[in-house]
Design a protein around this ligand. Structure first.
Ligand code: ADP
Ligand code: MG
Length: 226
């Protein structure tokens, strides 16, 4: 089943074409890594998929998505604890009241434990380091019901051991829950080493100046001038 389909997606900021005619389909259970140099349009592509920036052209079809944006230098500054922030990830869309079922709490507690955050549960998010906040946002995305995970450089700010934990978690979610992952990353060697094959071998999409310069199995990337 196709979880995400892009047809000729184009995003402009004023006169700048940041994403230029991208077409792409991602199947259930897939891991698609988006690579490319700074400014090549990776983050804008994710924002376009989510509808956070308007499309100048093209269309997006997708199911429910959870999003972890690229880390900002300035951290969040609101009075909520790690536990409260992660728990909001279990809320279904349109659900207004912060009422959580036992299974919501269980899912949030598991995500906290998976990402090594249990000890920080009662701490205010305003006091966290960049890497800790990144883990909180990942836990929040991973404990919810969205079938599609859109992660913008989730490994930045994580140490190698935690990056490995994240790849293991994503592998489990793909395999056991059929989740589909689209993540921006610079380190394709790390993906090769950590991501495993999952239900479908990892794929890579390389962006250059807003266009897709390569898409294909990660195993093929870098061979024969690809
Ligand atoms: P990447 O994530 O690959 O580094 P971005 O998607 O952030 O690239 O940026 C793609 C292009 O769009 C760059 O030229 C960048 O300067 C420009 N850009 C990104 N965000 C904005 C914005 N909010 N307003 C204007 N230009 C932007
Ligand atoms: Mg970016």
């Amino acid at each position: 089943m196709t979880m995400l389909r892009l047809e000729n997606v184009t995003v402009r900021y004023g006169g700048t074409v940041a994403v230029d005619g991208v077409s792409l389909a991602v199947e259930e259970g897939e891991l698609l890594c988006v690579a490319g140099s700074n400014g090549s349009g990776k983050s804008t592509l994710l924002r376009g998929i989510l509808g956070l920036v308007p499309l100048a052209e093209g269309r997006v079809e997708r199911g429910r998505a959870a999003y972890v944006p690229q880390a900002e230098d300035s951290g969040p500054d609101f009075p909520a604890t790690v536990w409260e922030v992660v728990l909001t990830g279990t809320q279904r869309p349109g659900w207004q009241l912060p009422l959580y079922s036992r299974s919501n709490r269980r899912a949030a507690a598991k995500a906290l434990a998976d990402l090594g955050l249990t000890r920080l549960a009662r701490q205010g998010v305003g006091t966290l380091s960049g890497g800790q906040m990144q883990r909180v946002l990942l836990a929040r995305a991973l404990c919810g019901h969205a079938g599609l995970l859109l992660l913008d450089e989730p490994c930045a700010g994580l140490d190698p051991a935690m990056r490995r934990v994240l790849y293991d978690l994503l592998g489990r979610l793909r395999r056991d829950e059929g989740k589909t992952v689209l993540m921006v990353t610079h380190d394709l060697n790390e993906v090769r080493a950590f991501a495993g094959q999952g239900p479908i071998p990892p794929r890579v999409a390389v962006m250059e100046h807003g266009k897709l310069a390569f898409t294909g199995p990660l195993g093929d990337y870098g061979r024969e001038g690809a």
